[in-house]
Ligand binder design. Structure first.
Ligand SMILES: Nc1nc2c(ncn2[C@@H]2O[C@H](COP(=O)(O)OP(=O)(O)OP(=O)(O)O)[C@@H](O)[C@H]2O)c(=O)[nH]1
Ligand SMILES: [Mg+2]
Length: 301
């Protein structure tokens, strides 16, 4: 949002926001620095971009020296892991949540090495990891300690009993997903839902094969991320379609500072339209608490 930045800068910024790997982020940041306006008013922006680049290059170097870890999994942002017995449909679910193309097969223990994909949900990314079947020789439970959300994928509720002990290692939140509901009739689905409700566990019923419940599951995963999306707009233009992603209960100031450090200091007025506002174009202060899907219009000095 620097003053007088050209389209090249905005293109680079878009690449930066879309970047999914550290390497892509570093490349986009270099481009942002190259194309950012170089005058008194953009000094803060430039120095902030350079600090960010330094942080990312250091991280990239560190990652390169540690290698990719035992099973080649590097945690990127919010991490969701799929845990389940052989043939429960983990790999097929990964292929439905992300654009990964894992091997899917009716023979058990097909997945030997974890498969990784990125789920895109309305401007927010989550890393999804399809693990080798739980209790099998290739299952490495160390990832249970770092995952933010553990999805246990089941063909039937009883299957959970067989590996409940393993899940004691989970540090993150847990969600039960029952797959293959295309094999059940509506009466069986109704009974299953009733049973799950009494357990008070959070659950989703899906058929990965028939794409049933996949959007609902994505929405659920998003809700576990505890983030909000805030959009910026310029006067007389539509709001950008790339959100600023913040944790919940953050303020206008946090949104501004996430654009670049020091940006909130040059804001003279903020107009807000969205769920946290009372009416469209409401003038709000820097301490106003934001909600998901708010749109902000900053006036700077
Ligand atoms: N009917 C039905 N079959 C499914 C569904 N999801 C997956 N399958 C089938 O179940 C079998 C196993 O699917 P995978 O995705 O390979 O299962 P997995 O959990 O990754 O299995 P492992 O890698 O061996 O642990 C395949 O034959 C899939 O076609 C579903 O929703 N309904
Ligand atoms: Mg598999």
């Amino acid at each position: 949002m620097p003053i007088n930045a050209g389209y090249e800068y905005f293109n680079a910024e878009k690449k930066y926001l879309d970047a999914q790997t550290l390497e892509e982020k570093v490349a986009a940041l270099r481009e942002m620095i190259k194309t950012a306006p170089k005058h008194k008013g953009s000094e803060n922006l430039l120095s902030e971009l350079k600090t960010r680049l330094k942080k990312f290059t250091e991280k990239a170097e560190k990652n390169a020296s540690v290698g990719k870890g035992k099973k080649g999994i590097r945690k990127e942002g919010f991490q969701v892991i799929l845990v389940g017995l052989p043939n429960s449909g983990k790999s097929m679910l990964l292929s439905k949540l992300t654009n990964a193309t894992p091997v899917i097969s009716s023979s058990p223990y097909t997945t030997i090495d974890s498969n990784i994909g990125t789920m895109h949900y309305q401007g927010v990314y989550a890393q999804i990891v399809d693990l080798p079947a739980v209790l099998g020789k290739d299952f490495d439970m160390s990832i249970l300690h770092t995952a933010d959300l553990v999805i246990t994928l089941l063909e039937k509720m009883e299957d959970l009993n067989t590996f409940e002990k393993v899940l004691e290692h989970c540090k993150g939140k847990r969600l039960v997903v029952i797959n293959k509901i295309d094999l059940l009739d509506s009466e069986e689905i109704r009974k299953l839902e009733a049973r799950l409700k009494t357990k008070k566990a959070d659950f989703v019923l899906i058929s990965a094969l028939k794409d049933t419940g996949i959007d609902n599951l994505k929405q659920k995963i998003f809700s576990y991320m505890d983030v909000i999306r805030v959009y910026t707009k310029e006067p007389g233009k539509p709001a950008s379609n790339i959100p600023i992603v913040l944790s919940t209960k953050r303020t206008v100031k946090d949104a501004a500072e996430s654009i670049y450090k020091g940006f909130s200091k040059i804001i003279v007025e903020t107009k807000l339209t969205g769920p946290s506002g009372k009416f469209a174009n409401q003038r709000v202060g820097l301490n106003h608490v934001l909600k998901d899907r708010d749109v902000l219009e900053f006036k700077t000095r």
